[in-house]
Ligand binder design. Structure first.
Ligand code: ADP
Ligand code: MG
Length: 667
């Protein structure tokens, strides 16, 4: 579980708490309570019914309750005999005859053992199979008992903490592991208690300091200065069928400038779906190649690799630049050929998935790495890439592109090692995608819409999102939807694409869809990123209520790329909660990715099932960029002051949180 040291145990925080400080009279129990009770067993018998169970009736003078055990040993049966005094903790349920507790935790009390309930709330820790809750709890308790307060060193000076209204470290840690009975449970459950904020703040600070260090180190590394006369770039722009938007021009300037420096560019390019990031990447690649270097474009899916390969080959055809593709499923011979060419330098541009940076791939002179649509591309991976592209003392420049719009304060903390460019404008003439939310019992009406769109010569995406984690279940759902759609609309040419298809199969389907041979494409979320078919103007998204707003926005970005009116139908499985309705509503009223991200964060109440995962923000151990937004403003300030006034403390904080296994210090 990543728990190696005493300190790791101290920072292993409870997920939630139970209140076992009070014994509840049995007569006062209500179904749904999770409580501690105490009483005497009046009756204990094995009941044979539909399921055999051990049933004990416990009373305390105010009332009685049944304890039910479906699994029990002979030893337990003997232990739980009449007249035994018990203390139990569990959830009260309405049973067949009266209230019951099923499989409560229990302990038998001997006569002189009548101690009071626990003196603090009982912490429930994240654990793993084979490590019992009680064992973990007693380990942590022991550490807390045996540690002297001074042994938990607080690296944050008192004066800093006072101005932030945050408690000192040992106080915070003790409190979180053993909150007093009157502690505000709701605040704790939401992770917003000052003691929790104290730790979250320190973690955010540690990452921030670490990232800043990294940035300083990177600035001292050498990179080839990719200067060119800009003739190709000029020529390329002249041949483009459209002028760049002002925003595109500006970010291109920033990027091309960075690339002429002799230390590696480390730039994040944020731009809403459809804002035209690919062209900007192409410009950067062109400059690298004109300067005599190779460039690699890395993408998350094979589908996207295919798309970019196609665009780049088209765009670069006048320049005799060779562009190839490298993905995991490539056949061995082609792969070998590409590897050789990369190594010898006769292949200038390669597009691929993470396969690009596996063992055995060696570049001749890699000058630029572009990473597209990597919402979850962490600092570790950024470093690995730098290292991979290194030749001699030279490191490649890096451009990381993402459509996940993150509010600026969040981005500055999460990506403190990067410079940030933003494309804040869409190409002209885009008509916003009209969006509606419809309950999925109206599927047949929706099918009729599909038919109508196809009749008008438009094309349609039908996206099955069912279970994001499982590619195979997603694929099954998509197959089923495709069959149903084909039955409902026999005259429409329907295609199917999902992650389980072979690369060539995917390619065939996409080519057919692009060419209009397929009219309606049933797809999984493999099409989430990058796919560009301007004639597609209707998208249906199933189970929309289960997806994060940013992800829905990203999906929706596949339509509205041409000159016609486009529509997006969010099919939901009702009934919608008030929050669910508000979320879908937000997509209906705006097409602006940044606004959607902002609303998404706002609407995300504490304890929401959609964690930070879907926002594409980095995962911390304790901190949560969304929940702890109020702290972010302080992070940079405190980091700055700490670094200046107490550099040793700053280093100690970084070491505490990122010490083990981190590569931050190594570059
Ligand atoms: P994203 O930022 O989502 O990656 P793309 O690069 O795929 O966006 O661009 C979306 C579409 O917009 C493409 O078809 C592209 O050719 C087109 N496009 C890009 N820039 C412009 C522009 N300045 N004017 C008009 N169309 C543009
Ligand atoms: Mg893109």
């Amino acid at each position: 579980m990543g728990l190696y040291s005493v300190q790791d145990l101290l920072f292993h925080l409870p997920q939630r708490y139970q209140d076992r400080t009070q014994i509840t009279p049995i007569g006062a129990l209500q179904a749904g309570d999770k409580v501690l009770i105490e009483g005497r067993i009046k009756l204990s018998e094995i009941q044979v019914g539909r399921r055999r169970s051990l049933l004990c009736y416990v009373t305390d003078g105010t009332g009685g309750i049944f304890l039910r055990f479906f699994h029990f040993s002979a030893w337990q049966k003997n232990l739980l005999a009449s007249d035994v005094q018990l203390r139990c903790f569990g959830e009260v349920r309405r049973g067949f005859r009266s209230l019951e507790m099923v499989h409560p935790e229990y302990s038998c009390l001997s006569g002189n053992d009548l101690e009071a309930g626990e003196t603090c709330l009982t912490p429930i820790y994240p654990t793993t199979s084979g490590l019992q809750q009680s064992r973990l709890r007693s380990l942590i308790l022991r550490v807390l008992r045996e540690l002297d307060d001074n042994e938990i060193i607080d690296y944050l000076p008192q004066t800093f903490l006072e101005s932030l209204h945050l408690p000192v470290l040992n106080e915070a840690i003790t409190y979180i592991h053993q909150p007093p009975p009157e502690a505000p449970l709701e605040l704790l459950a939401a992770g917003r208690h000052p003691t929790q904020q104290r730790l979250a703040f320190e973690e955010l600070l540690a990452y921030y300091l670490g990232l800043r260090q990294l940035r300083l180190r990177a600035a001292q590394l050498q990179s080839p200065s990719l200067c060119s006369e800009g003739i190709w770039v000029q020529h390329f722009l002249e041949r483009l069928p459209f002028p760049l938007t002002t925003a595109q021009q500006q970010v291109s300037q920033e990027i091309l400038n960075d690339m002429t420096r002799s230390s590696p560019m480390q730039r994040l390019l944020q731009g809403d779906v459809g804002s035209g990031k690919t062209v900007v990447a192409a410009l950067a690649i062109l400059q690298a190649v004109e300067a005599g270097y190779q460039a690699a474009l890395m993408v998350p899916t094979e589908l996207l690799a295919e798309q970019h390969l196609y665009s780049l080959q088209q765009w670069f055809s006048p320049f005799e630049i060779k562009v190839e593709r490298l993905v995991a499923k490539e056949n061995a011979k082609t792969k070998q050929e590409i590897l050789t060419q990369l190594n010898e330098g006769c292949l200038q541009v390669v597009v691929g998935t993470h396969a690009l940076f596996q063992e055995g791939v060696a570049f001749h002179r890699l000058g630029l790495i572009v990473v597209d649509e990597q919402h979850r591309f962490g600092v570790e991976q950024r470093l690995a890439l730098l290292e991979k592209g290194r030749h001699g003392d030279y490191y490649p420049h890096q451009l990381i592109m993402t459509a996940t719009p993150i509010p600026r304060t969040l981005a500055m903390t999460a990506y403190a090692d990067l410079d940030i460019s933003v494309i804040d404008q869409l190409p002209p003439g885009r008509i916003p995608v009209a969006t509606v939310a419809i309950s999925d019992y109206r599927r047949s009406e929706v099918a009729a819409r599909v038919r109508q769109a196809c009749h008008q010569g438009r094309q349609v995406y039908w996206v099955c999102t069912l279970i994001e984690e499982s590619e195979s279940l997603q694929a099954q759902a998509a197959e089923k939807a495709a069959v149903e759609l084909a039955q409902a609309l026999p005259e429409v040419r329907i295609g199917l694409i999902h992650g389980r298809l072979k690369s060539e199969e995917k390619e065939t389907v996409m080519t057919a869809f692009k060419a209009g041979v397929i009219q309606a494409l049933v797809a999984t979320t493999v099409i989430e990123v990058g796919v560009d078919v301007p004639n597609a103007s209707l998208m249906i998204i199933e189970n929309a209520e289960r997806l994060g707003l940013s992800q829905l926005h990203q999906l929706r970005g596949r339509v509205g790329r041409g000159a016609t009116d486009s529509y997006c139908i969010l099919l939901y499985h009702g009934p919608l909660s008030e929050l669910g309705r508000a979320r879908l509503d937000c997509l209906r009223v705006t097409n602006d990715g940044f606004e959607i991200a902002r609303r998404d964060l706002e609407l995300r109440g504490p304890g929401e099932i959609l964690g930070t995962r879907q926002t594409g923000l980095p995962q911390y151990r304790l901190a949560d960029l969304v929940r702890d937004q109020n702290l972010l403003g302080w992070v940079a300030q405190v980091a700055e002051k700490l670094q200046q006034q107490y550099p040793a403390k700053a280093a100690a904080i970084v070491h505490r949180w990122l010490g083990r296994g981190n590569r931050y210090g190594e570059v």
